[in-house]
Design a protein around this ligand. Structure first.
Ligand code: PMP
Length: 428
């Protein structure tokens, strides 16, 4: 019995499934999760003192690496003066200014405590602003556990085989129209039928909850066009892609401007933070300025703001994203060469510092049905082999991997060498 085995058994007695978020349970690879004791830079150490190169980064936030000294110092300085006040602070405005500077489509921004709150608020705002009820989303995209959006959802819902969760009234789910990612024709079709009832489209501009699927050329531009034609709002869920696939997120990388943006993960530097923002006239609908209600006891918490702002300042340094992308490219090219050499059909995909591995005969994966058809058993065997070699990948064939700035060339080389070994030992 390892320490993780014992701790997991204890956790399962008092926490559903032993975890506070389903994908952490390692169900996608049929294993017991590792309990983590410490993390520094690109590494995490479990309760049995095994060290791993971490390609999850707390599911995205740790873009600088774990325990970045600048973030730690900022947190210490804040703790010395107060943990939280529930009253306005100067740092909240500094944070809002920084977000507006980095993401030009955002004129005004409201801080929340998670990505789920951010997407939930954009959907409510889109409905309130347009006076329409229907929302279009894509199969395999995940936007947090928002009732209206847990319809054909990706991430843990997909891994566990429950893309449509019980507990969501049919009378609510019927307002969510689900179409195929990267298939603009399916979007046009649904708009032809009921465009005048659609408040908006919510999309992961790079899908990261059905592994890593970048947008097909013209797809995001097509969404923009359809929304403009029908007076609907385009919502980019940049909870994962924000400040990661480029400094200004996917909207900068692909040159398409949404009306509203949901942010999370990186924006909190590891603390629980989300945000939503967009065009001024739409954001002016949010209370107390406008009628769409949205609030939060801990929203804009100063500790969270310090960690987040310090992270955004660090990633604003010139060359930050180019360096990150170079690492991601070296990694995916190395992994691709390793699978080619081993004769295991696998394809790697990447957008900035997000990447994915698909065990498939296809030369690229652009659609949800291609993702769903990948060899999950082979992924599970690969995953376990990599873990034995000290490499911590996302424990599901449906999650993207993340690169952090602390990852060294040696770490990448170690990962590629480990993959060569593990892939060559997989059953053909
Ligand atoms: N949107 C996307 C694209 C996400 O990846 C996630 C979380 N993985 C969320 C929303 C929800 O964020 P949170 O888990 O912070 O509620």
């Amino acid at each position: 019995m390892t320490q993780s085995d014992t701790l997991f058994a204890n956790a399962c007695k008092v926490i559903p499934g032993g975890v506070n978020s389903p994908v952490r349970a390692f169900k996608g690879v049929g294993d017991v999760p590792l309990f983590i004791k410490t993390a520094r830079g690109a590494y995490m150490v479990d309760e049995d003192d095994n060290q791993y190169i971490d390609y999850i980064g707390s599911w995205g936030p740790m873009i600088l690496g774990h325990h970045d000294q600048r973030v730690v110092d900022a947190l210490h300085a804040q703790i010395d003066v107060g943990i939280g006040y529930g009253a306005p602070t100067a740092i909240e405005t500094a944070m809002a200014e920084k977000i507006c500077e980095l993401v030009p489509s955002i004129d005004m921004v409201r801080m929340v405590n998670s990505g789920t709150e951010a997407t939930m608020s954009t959907v409510r705002l889109a409905r309130g602003y347009t006076g329409r009820d229907k929302i279009v989303k894509f199969e395999g995209n995940y936007h947090g556990h928002v009732d209206s959006l847990l319809v054909k959802a990706g991430s843990g819902a997909l891994t566990l085989g429950i893309p449509n969760s019980p507990g969501i009234p049919a009378s609510l789910a019927e307002h969510t129209l689900t179409v195929s990612y990267n298939d603009i024709d399916s979007v046009r079709e649904v708009f032809r039928e009921m465009g005048d009832q659609i408040a908006g489209i919510i999309v992961e501009p790079v899908a990261g909850n059905m592994n890593c699927v970048p947008p097909a050329p013209g797809f995001l531009e097509g969404l923009r066009e359809v929304c403009d034609e029908h007076g609907s709002l385009l919502i980019f869920d940049e909870v994962m892609t924000g400040f990661r696939v480029a400094r200004g997120g996917a909207q900068e990388r692909y040159g398409v401007t949404p009306d509203l943006t949901a942010l999370g993960k990186v924006i909190g530097g590891g603390l629980p933070v989300g945000a939503f923002g967009g065009r001024r006239e739409i954001m002016e609908y949010v209370a107390p300025l406008g009628p769409v209600y949205q609030a939060g006891t801990l929203s804009g918490n100063p500790l969270a703001m310090r960690a987040g702002l310090t992270t955004l300042e660090a990633l604003s340094e010139p060359g930050f994203h180019a360096r990150l992308e170079e690492k991601a490219q070296r990694l995916t090219e190395g992994l691709q060469a390793a699978s080619d050499k081993a004769g295991i059909p696998m394809v790697t995909q990447r957008a900035g510092a997000m990447f994915g591995l698909f065990f498939t005969e296809e030369s690229s994966v652009t659609r949800f049905d291609q993702v769903a058809a990948c060899d999950k058993e082979r992924f599970g065997a690969f995953y376990k082999g990599m873990l034995r070699e000290g490499v911590y990948l996302a424990p599901s064939a449906f999650e993207a991997g993340f690169i952090c700035a602390a990852l060294s060339d040696e770490d990448i080389q170690h990962t590629i060498t480990a993959a060569e070994k593990v892939l060559s030992e997989l059953p053909q």
